[in-house]
Design a protein around this ligand. Structure first.
Ligand SMILES: NC(=O)C1=CN([C@@H]2O[C@H](COP(=O)(O)OP(=O)(O)OC[C@H]3O[C@@H](n4cnc5c(N)ncnc54)[C@H](OP(=O)(O)O)[C@@H]3O)[C@@H](O)[C@H]2O)[C@H](O)CC1
Ligand SMILES: [K+]
Length: 244
């Protein structure tokens, strides 16, 4: 399926409009984004075969999507573990999401892990969700996320990795072709990608098996205004597969 893309600048502007004139709060959008991610994971790597999920969350809203997805994954029958090394403790939304995870008895690791601890954590899980950075990321990666991506690269051919909105480390608009900026050891090749609202330009370079669109919160009128393609979501699903 061919699709129109949304640059990082336009994606941020659409986000702003959703949370102003359209009347959404960030909590609502993040809930729908996180639910989309959990549904995409369920469709691709179900709990019967990939029960243990490591969800790696960054400090911004991409990380927030990961926190929400973890709660839904638990309800869907998975055993999620969250690695969240850069929590902004002054943010009420993220604090509330963490309280929910605690109530749901989901393990959240907030201290930075050593290389060997990180390696073991990755090895003991059946699949990984990259909710580190989304459309506000600008290369190069800073610590500790550079090391995390290096570790993920070592398992990318043997373990499913689902990236939220953009593979972390890729330039959102230019994709992975940024040899002038970034060492290849930081360029992930994930098996699955869940684009939110609309795919970002970098996603044209995605070679994995599963590309979903989620974030089902754009009206027809808004899609027309911003020249966004909204494919037909099947029934009540929060995701639609783009690369069939
Ligand atoms: N409408 C939608 O589609 C919605 C999408 N959502 C999700 O939100 C993200 C975008 O979230 P945002 O908070 O704007 O940004 P990120 O999560 O991508 O990243 C912000 C943090 O990342 C830090 N950062 C940026 N570059 C680097 C780097 N090279 N190394 C380390 N850290 C970096 C940045 O720190 P600064 O100090 O640079 O400010 C931020 O802390 C979108 O992609 C979706 O996943 C919403 O959930 C719902 C609506
Ligand atoms: K990501």
């Amino acid at each position: 399926m061919s699709f129109k893309v949304l640059s990082s600048t336009v994606a941020a502007a659409v986000d702003k409009e959703l949370m102003s004139t359209v009347g959404f709060s960030i909590d609502q959008l993040m809930e729908l984004a996180g639910l989309s991610v959990a549904q995409a994971v369920y469709k691709t790597y179900p709990p019967s075969t990939h029960n243990k999920v490591l969800v790696i969350c960054g400090p911004g809203n991409n990380g927030g999507d990961g926190l929400v997805a973890s709660r839904h994954l638990k309800l869907f029958g998975y055993t999620p573990t969250v690695y969240y090394p850069k929590h902004k403790s002054s943010n009420v939304l993220f604090n509330n999401l963490l309280t929910q995870l605690k109530t749901f008895k989901i393990d959240v690791l907030q201290n930075e892990l050593s290389n060997s601890e990180l390696k073991s954590l990755i090895n003991e899980n059946d699949q990984i969700i990259d909710a580190i950075f989304g459309f506000s990321f600008h290369p190069p990666l800073r610590s500790p996320f550079d090391t995390i991506i290096e570790h993920l690269k070592q398992v990318e051919t043997s373990k499913p990795i689902t990236c939220v909105d953009c593979p972390t480390g890729w330039d959102v608009d230019k994709g992975p072709n940024i040899a002038d900026l970034v060492d290849a050891k930081y360029i992930l090749n994930p098996s699955s990608l869940v684009s939110l609202t609309a795919p970002k330009p970098g996603s044209k370079f995605f070679k994995g098996n599963y590309h979903y669109l989620g974030g089902r919160f754009i009206s027809k009128e808004m899609a027309q205004k911003w020249d966004i393609d909204i494919p037909n979501y099947p029934g009540v699903d929060q995701v639609v597969r783009l690369n069939i």
